[in-house]
Design a protein around this ligand. Sequence first.
Ligand SMILES: Cc1cc2nc3c(=O)[nH]c(=O)nc-3n(C[C@H](O)[C@H](O)[C@H](O)COP(=O)(O)O)c2cc1C
Length: 179
Amino acid sequence: MPENNLPDALRDQIDRSRVALALATASGDMPLVRVNAGFSSLTGYAPSDALDRNCRFLQGPETPADQVRAMSRFLRDDAADDGCFPVLNYTLDGRRFLNLVFMTKLRDGDGRLRFVLASQFDTSASDARTALAENDAALGRNMQDLRRAAGQFGLIMSDSTALIARSISTLARISFRDE
Ligand SMILES: Cc1cc2nc3c(=O)[nH]c(=O)nc-3n(C[C@H](O)[C@H](O)[C@H](O)COP(=O)(O)O)c2cc1C
């Protein structure tokens, strides 16, 4: 499978999902190869603005360096399969929001990293707790479908159910720290 050749079934699952999803290829500077409507409505970036770019374009002048470092470390750590990262981001029109970014790695049969799939969630809304619970339920279901679709192409994705289930406590920690 060529590096950027995205299996149709995987692309369709990403497009169908109502949670924000972004997929990057592991080659080079990890450019995005697919973003869905949820990603565009959350960030304001249409696919034509986002594709072929590293997703760090969502960061801005006030994004704390340690938040970026945590993601960078995760992506470089071959032993890590999934993670959940709060990061201060900016929409296309300049609105700041605290993004809770879930990431999971897709590997080939030899264990080589091929893609990284991410889901973004805006924790700034007043009803974030309820919205996150709903988002997680959809994300959990979608991840099962995505794992199945990826598996058909020999791509292995770890089961992130446990991590997704912990996102409410991650949100609680962020809110607490910000008070
Ligand atoms: C698929 C994918 C989605 C990502 N989504 C976001 C995001 O929504 N917001 C963000 O600030 N960083 C996101 N990142 C992280 C950045 O792209 C980048 O990896 C991070 O800034 C650390 O690398 P750097 O130190 O080279 O910038 C994402 C990364 C990947 C691979």
